[in-house]
Every structure is written in C-alpha cells, then in structure tokens.
Write a protein that binds this ligand. Structure first.
Ligand SMILES: Nc1nc2c([nH]c(=O)n2[C@H]2C[C@H](O)[C@@H](COP(=O)(O)OP(=O)(O)OP(=O)(O)O)O2)c(=O)[nH]1
Length: 134
C-alpha cells in the first residue's frame, strides 16, 4: 500500500484563492490543485507547505491555521491531504513548475477540474472557501 502524506495551501488575496494546474507529465496531470506537496521525513506539515510554495511558486507563506484533512483512496495509493490556510508574506508569484496558475473566487471553483482528493474535500466542505474571511 502506497500511503502519501501531502500538504495543500489555501492562499487568499482580495477575496480570491490561488489554484494551480499540475504539469501534464506528473500524476493527476493537468488537473487543478492547491499548491503543496509530499511531507518529507522529519518535517511538519507547516514546514512542508512553506518549503513547497517557496520551491514551486517563489513565495513565502505565513501559515495561519490547519483547515481540514481528507483521506482519499485511489486504486494504487491512499492520499492523506492536509489543508492549511495561508497568507503570502513575501516574494513574487512565479510559475516554476505548474502548467498554469489562477486566482479564483469560490464561485468559480466548479469551472475547474480538480484532483480527485481535492474534489472530495470540496464536496464534503463545500462552504469552506466561503467562510474564510481575510
Ligand atoms: N500539492 C498537492 N498535491 C495534491 C493535491 N491533491 C492531490 O491529490 N495531490 C496529489 C498529487 C500527487 O500525487 C501528490 C503530491 O505530490 P507532489 O506534487 O509533491 O509530487 P508528484 O508526485 O507530483 O511528483 P514528485 O515531486 O514526487 O516527482 O498529491 C493538492 O491539492 N495539492
């Protein structure tokens, strides 16, 4: 059994949330995600999300709080996805690894095809993005 511990950042700015489209060649290729990645050995979720967003997007995050987490069972792996509410505190957003990035309002989320684990979270917590005040 392949078990993945993964972090995902919900980054807000001016009533919008940042979403990213995964590269075509990677797992969940061209599906949308919240930026983040796999937790490395000895790392906390908070450290992981800060490192991943620095590496992938060139931005420094302040982690405000843990939002929720979800377990998604795919045929050949299980993903434990941890969501954190974050603010961008430094850096300039750069698309270093993703195919595309977008700032969207919660109403626009349905227009994007997300990774299955994110879809599950968005269905279970459909009000979550609306309840995040800045
Ligand atoms: N970062 C992130 N990954 C997600 C989300 N939803 C989701 O199913 N995933 C999956 C896709 C990947 O299988 C895994 C995250 O891995 P990753 O992006 O660090 O790395 P990867 O497996 O694509 O590639 P690699 O860096 O190991 O080469 O979690 C999400 O919202 N954000």
């Amino acid at each position: 059994m392949n078990w993945l511990e993964v972090t995902a950042a919900v980054i807000r700015q001016n009533g919008k949330v940042l979403i990213c489209q995964r590269p075509r060649s990677k797992s969940c290729g061209l599906l949308w995600e919240f930026p983040g990645g796999k937790i490395e050995m000895g790392e906390t979720g908070e450290q992981c999300i800060v490192r991943e967003c620095q590496e992938e997007l060139g931005i420094t995050l302040n982690v405000e709080r843990k939002l929720t987490d979800i377990i998604y069972d795919a045929p050949d792996y299980t993903i434990h996805l941890h969501f954190y509410l974050c603010n961008m505190i430094a850096g300039t957003l750069e698309k270093k690894e993703h195919n595309a990035i977008a700032w969207i309002t919660p109403d626009e989320i349905a227009q994007y095809e997300f990774c299955p684990a994110d879809k599950k979270m968005l269905q279970l917590e459909h009000n979550l993005l609306y309840t995040l005040s800045e």
